[in-house]
Design a protein around this ligand. Structure first.
Ligand code: ATP
Ligand code: MG
Length: 357
């Protein structure tokens, strides 16, 4: 029987609650489909671990994780610890050394979920945002200077390499090609940022020639925000830099109803290191421990992980079960206008998987 190993890193805040729910559902999917087994091992890293040891994860964490087929991640962040420790000490400390350069964020209005846009339904908003996840504006290049200059200066330098730009654009073109509409929008800001962004446009002109079957267009990032709100149906797959896609995907998450729904994959397409799957939302300390976190973001994330592991039928079965529950609208958490708990939504999705509701 096929067997996959998954490293679960629940992390901080509601991470533990939603990863527990997601792990239950994953085991149920494997048992139901019968063709494969999942071995899930949990690692209690994060802020509590930091308070005990002075580190967010142990020194040999990457060696440990490398042996797994995938990483199922909850959240990193705690109001008691600055972000540069929690984020850089855990989430980015995994993403960067494993070079998970393709951050993939589907945004789709699930049936029954009301988004903020009037007259926009599930058929009108179905996007995948591909975010460059390894360089660009977040390369960490720059500095502060205050001596020998007329005034104090702070700089963040966006670094784009040919390799980095080409591989993310090809990844996005491949993804667009695999989707029914075969459509990709390139987002830059090449009217104002005349070096790196023009480079993105030029590389795109080169690589898209290899994809004559994919329809492409280009948008400036400011105009893109307007189009996402006013004409969502015109978009399908979207590729943008680290910073631009970060902003666009938060907008996309808001347009699809709740932060509690949206998933992310940090992919290492070459598969020489594990990829990492996490819900978009953060630690959400305001609702932690109350048992009311929406687990759907963790379920959708689990579905992406199954697809990546090579179990596309199970991935679809899981999303179908989630969509049956949202469409019915009886058992939903508060962020979606319901009153159900995390466990009740999980039970409902499990029942839908079994065809019991
Ligand atoms: P972080 O700093 O880790 O990003 P945060 O608290 O700033 O955490 P989020 O965790 O992203 O931000 O949450 C923002 C808001 O959305 C919070 O009010 C939170 O309660 C709500 N929220 C986030 N995730 C969920 C979820 N899964 N279910 C219900 N509400 C959620
Ligand atoms: Mg946040």
């Amino acid at each position: 029987m096929r067997e996959y190993t998954i490293a679960a890193v629940p992390g901080d805040g509601i991470g533990g609650e939603v990863i527990d729910a997601g792990t239950r559902v994953l085991h149920a999917v494997a048992a139901r489909d019968g063709g494969f087994r999942l071995k899930v091992e949990e690692f209690p890293w994060g802020t509590d671990y930091y308070f005990k040891t002075g580190k967010m994860m142990p020194d040999d964490a990457l060696d440990t994780l490398r042996a797994f087929d995938a990483i199922y991640f909850g959240s990193a962040g705690d109001p008691r610890v600055p972000d540069h420790i929690s984020l850089w000490g855990l989430r980015l400390a995994i993403c960067q050394p494993f070079d998970q350069y393709a951050n993939v964020r589907p945004a789709r209005l699930l049936p029954g979920v009301k988004g903020p846009l009037k007259g926009v339904g599930p058929d009108d908003l179905d996007w995948v945002i591909v975010r460059e996840n390894s360089e660009g504006e977040y390369a960490g290049v720059g500095g502060r200077a205050h001596t020998g200059l007329p005034e104090e200066v702070g700089m963040d330098v966006a670094v784009f390499t040919r390799t980095g730009v080409e591989r993310i654009q090809r990844f996005a073109l491949d993804l667009a090609r695999a989707r029914p509409r075969k459509k990709l929008t390139l987002v830059t800001k090449s009217n104002a940022q005349r070096h790196g962004m023009v480079f993105w446009d030029q590389v795109f002109e080169d690589v898209r020639r290899d994809y004559p079957d994919v329809e492409t267009d280009k948008m400036l990032v400011d105009a893109m925000t307007t189009r996402m709100v006013l004409d969502p149906k015109s978009l399908d797959t979207i590729v943008a830099t680290n910073l631009h896609a970060d902003v666009l995907s938060d907008l996309a998450a808001a347009l699809t109803g709740s932060l509690g729904i949206a998933p992310t994959a940090n992919l290492r397409p070459e598969r020489d290191a594990p990829s990492m799957f996490e819900p978009i939302h953060g630690s959400a300390f305001d609702i932690m421990g109350k048992g009311i976190a929406n687990p759907i973001g963790a379920f959708w994330t689990a579905s992406m992980m199954l697809a990546h592991l090579g179990e596309p039928d199970s991935a679809v079965a899981l999303m179908n079960a989630v969509e049956r529950v949202t469409a019915e609208g009886r058992v939903l958490t508060r962020d979606l206008g319901g009153e159900a708990t995390t466990v009740q939504v999980t039970d409902e999705v499990l029942a839908a998987l079994d065809g019991r509701n």
